[in-house]
Design a protein around this ligand. Structure first.
Ligand SMILES: *Cc1c(COP(=O)(O)O)cnc(C)c1O
Length: 462
């Protein structure tokens, strides 16, 4: 149900019994704030103030350990507010392909972005116009499936993302989704069971990649199996995109995935949006047609410019930056385990990515723990883990912890031990978060520079 609020009667026009998906108390607070403003200019100021409060807190005083986040370089941030972002440039690159005239510099920026993305991923083709990775996933389903087709993807409790499930773009496309069998202990695809199930249901497309990923996927083996009937593997690398570009994770296109999508704002550390890369010329027409005119018109050229620069950063610094992210994640996993936190994948070295997963059921579960840690300025998220049951979905047993941001701010393995100390004080020792927060702020204080970019290449050596 859409709700419209007229400018002059905003308070009166929202009856109490109106259905809202948003938290009613938070919306009521916003209405009260607006009601207290004398003028629309003050209302605008209220918005700017909230943004500044977030910048001071999350930007300078928190340990942001959310796996889907990354700080961007000063140039990337500046480009996001550039004049070029006010220009309309729908269509493919090149004067004859555009609906609008006057796009010569926009074409130049977009062509630079496409070519930099190809270089960063060693791919023959790239698309830069996805305002979100979700849109990229829908583009793939639009291009490579028909309504009614059967696909296979990973279920949410083992890390699968809604975009590849019945409740997201795959469902909107009318696809039947069968689970990819997964080994909950080894935390990888159960290849033997996959072969049996896949040969029985013969999916056109198998989607790999997950929001919770600790270890690589057997892409080549799976592509070989579905190749028996002309099926394809699609890799949703939302989280791993930076690791792939930096050569620190598997190379999905080399290993047999037909196409890879991903989020530019997760490990890739660019502006939040989506990337699509592929090698097969036969896929170019269907994939790019699904992007334009199906799913993207104006596509935020300021964001494209920022994405281009972040691709150049990845080419220059990706190997080192991504290797350190993984080393920090492994160090953090080990340090937390030593301090009494149960970590998934401990017998395999905790992780080969930017994230580690804690089983925090003994500390009250993921929701409770994430909110308790946030009171100590430690930002994480609740996460489903393989042992969660369907009734646990809103209160899952896991906690996901990522090392992208702390690494880009220059932290190393010794700093991961300090972070583990903070977390263990709150969880294992039961210290009130309010008694830990000052130490977190003091520890975070010297780390205010974003590295692995042209403004600040490498953190100073210890
Ligand atoms: C985050 C995520 C997405 C969505 O990415 P957005 O850029 O936020 O749209 C898709 N797939 C997976 C596996 C993800 O983790």
């Amino acid at each position: 149900m859409a709700t419209t609020t007229s400018q002059t009667t905003h308070a009166a026009s929202v009856p109490g019994d109106q259905f809202e998906v948003h938290d009613a108390a938070t919306l009521a607070q916003a209405r009260a704030l607006l009601d207290a403003c004398q003028t629309p200019a003050e209302m605008a100021q209220a918005v700017v103030s909230a943004v500044k409060r977030n910048e001071a807190w999350r930007g300078e005083q928190c340990l942001n350990l959310l796996a889907p986040e990354a700080p961007t370089s000063p140039t990337v941030r500046a480009l996001l507010s550039a004049e070029i972002g006010t220009r309309a440039a729908e269509g493919h690159i090149g004067a004859v392909n555009r609906w609008f005239a006057g796009t010569q510099y926009i074409d130049e920026v977009e062509a630079l972005c496409v070519e930099l993305l190809k270089q960063a991923f060693h791919a023959r083709y790239a698309d830069h116009r996805l305002v979100a990775s979700m849109v990229g996933n829908l583009a793939v389903y639009t291009a490579l499936t028909q309504p009614g087709d059967l696909i296979m993807s990973l279920a949410q409790p083992i890390g699968g993302h809604s975009s590849n499930r019945p409740d997201g773009p795959a469902g909107v496309r009318g696809l039947h989704v069968v689970d990819v069998p997964f080994d909950p202990v080894e935390l990888t695809v159960d290849l033997e069971r996959f072969a049996t199930v896949a040969r029985a249901v013969r999916p056109n497309l198998v989607t790999l990649g997950a929001s919770m990923t600790l270890f690589p996927f057997p892409i080549a083996e799976m592509a070989g199996i579905v190749g028996e009937w002309g099926g394809r593997v699609y890799f949703d690398g939302a989280h791993q995109l930076g690791l792939v570009a930096g050569g620190q994770f598997q190379a999905p296109l080399r290993e047999g995935a037909a196409v890879m999508t991903g989020s530019a704002g997760k490990t890739f550390s660019g502006p939040q949006s989506g990337i699509l890369v592929w090698d097969d010329p036969a896929l170019t027409e269907p994939l790019t047609h699904a992007v334009f005119p199906v799913l993207a018109a104006t596509h935020q050229v300021n964001r494209v410019a920022a994405l281009a620069v972040s691709a150049a950063e990845m080419i220059a610094f990706g190997q080192t930056y991504m290797a350190r992210i993984v080393a920090n994640a492994q160090a953090l996993g080990a340090a937390l385990a030593e301090r009494g936190v149960t970590m998934l994948g401990a017998h395999k070295g905790y992780t080969r990515t930017h994230q580690v997963i804690a089983d925090v059921r003994q500390f009250g579960g993921g929701l409770e723990v994430a909110h308790r840690l946030a009171r100590a300025n430690i930002i994480t998220n609740k996460n489903l883990i393989p042992s969660d049951q369907p009734e646990d979905w809103d209160r899952p047993g896991g906690l996901r912890i990522g090392t992208t941001e702390v690494t880009r701010l220059g932290m190393d393995e010794a700093d991961m031990a300090t972070i583990a100390d903070f977390i263990a004080r709150v969880l294992v020792e039961g210290v009130a978060p309010e008694r830990v927060v000052d130490d977190v702020v003091a520890f975070r204080h010297p780390f205010q520079t974003v590295y692995y970019c042209f403004e600040a290449e490498m953190p100073p050596a210890e």
